[in-house]
Design a protein around this ligand. Structure first.
Ligand SMILES: O=c1[nH]cnc2c1ncn2[C@@H]1O[C@H](CO)[C@@H](O)[C@H]1O
Length: 327
């Protein structure tokens, strides 16, 4: 049976690289990895908490260094996601992490942008890009990242985000970077309400986001959840990620059913599938157990996607023909 069509809006491209490929890329770049075998990497990917996860994320994704790596990563993930039914995805990447270590902006943005084109040609998945800054980044570098993102707008960059340790810094420090991206026509898609409380969601809402990455802590405050609904802000929810970084203790206590009952639109993503040992079908199955079925997730993905209108019209047709509920 063909899998139902899926829209994935929350996936870090660096976190999609399966262990065998990551080891091969590290080897060809002569880059150090904190593990030498697939089994060692798997052990490395057992996270004690969110801070530990970010530490490992930085240490392992550093082996991606060249144009060829970035291009390959997008194409490989599109191939994988297509097998799970993906028709559209927005890939996150964190360029400043690499630039600080000497990689050129043009290699990073150019590699991902060319990869997105190749991904569509070879695997039929429409790929758009949403670069992310880290909450601990130097604000001047964050602004440069926003300028670069805007430059690549005609090559698939549609949004701009911020991630990393949520407790580290407020968004005010990055207000200028956010303004540069917005003035350049990019949608703002920050991580918020993942690790710290609902105050993080309230803060993000002051910066007019199109979506929030995670945002699940909004479930703790009915007023905030209602505001998300009123303003049409979509959440990009990643159930396995929340369990693996231990920001949610058990699947049964996951906030998704509360958010759904409040009417919040929730798209479903894998976040960092290779690091969390998951894939798109698995996340959709978990979401269905939590009350968000494939049609719901597709509708939320469509509502939150940052694509142009012809692409949205195409995705809407795909949705209507697959899900009676959407017609
Ligand atoms: O689940 C996540 N939450 C927050 N940040 C994440 C997540 N997955 C990957 N990153 C990435 O970690 C980097 C940290 O330096 C950030 O740039 C962010 O994009």
């Amino acid at each position: 049976m063909r899998p139902a069509p899926k829209i994935e809006l929350h996936v870090h491209l660096e976190g999609t690289v399966r262990p065998r490929t990551l080891l091969a890329i590290a080897r060809r770049n002569g880059a150090p990895l904190p593990a030498r075998t697939e089994a060692e990497l798997a052990r490395h990917y057992r996270f004690v908490d969110f801070a530990h996860f970010i530490e490992v994320w930085i240490a392992t994704t550093n082996c991606l260094r060249g144009y060829r790596d970035f291009r390959q990563v997008v194409v490989d993930y599109a191939a994988e996601a297509a097998r799970h039914g993906a028709v559209y995805l927005e890939g996150i990447f964190s360029p400043a992490e690499r630039v600080r270590r000497g990689v050129r902006w043009a290699d990073i943005f150019g590699g991902y942008a060319d990869g997105a084109v190749e991904a569509y040609e070879r695997h039929g998945v429409v790929v758009r890009l949403t670069p992310d800054i880290d909450r601990e980044l130097d604000p001047a570098l964050a602004q440069e990242c926003a300028r670069q993102a805007v430059r690549y707008r005609d090559r698939g960059v549609v949004g701009f985000g911020i991630g990393g340790r949520e407790a580290a810094a407020g968004l005010a420090r990055y207000a200028r970077a956010i303004a540069v991206a917005r003035d350049g026509g990019l949608g703002f898609v920050p991580h918020a309400g993942e690790v710290t409380g609902v105050a993080s969601v309230r803060e993000a809402l002051r910066y007019d986001p199109v979506r929030l990455r995670h945002g699940v802590r909004a479930a703790d405050d009915p007023g905030v959840a209602a505001e998300l609904v009123d303003r049409g802000v979509v959440l990009d929810v990643c159930p396995t990620s929340n369990l693996r970084t231990r920001v949610v203790r058990t699947l049964d206590s996951h906030p998704l059913p509360v958010l759904r009952a409040a009417g919040v639109a929730c798209s479903i993503g894998t976040d960092d599938p290779a690091m969390f040992g998951t894939d798109l079908s698995r996340e959709y199955a978990l979401a269905a157990r939590l009350g968000v079925g494939a049609a719901d997730a597709y509708a939320a993905g469509l509502a939150g996607a940052l694509c142009d209108e012809p692409t949205r019209a195409h995705l809407a047709r795909v949705g209507r023909s697959a899900f009676a509920a959407l017609s």
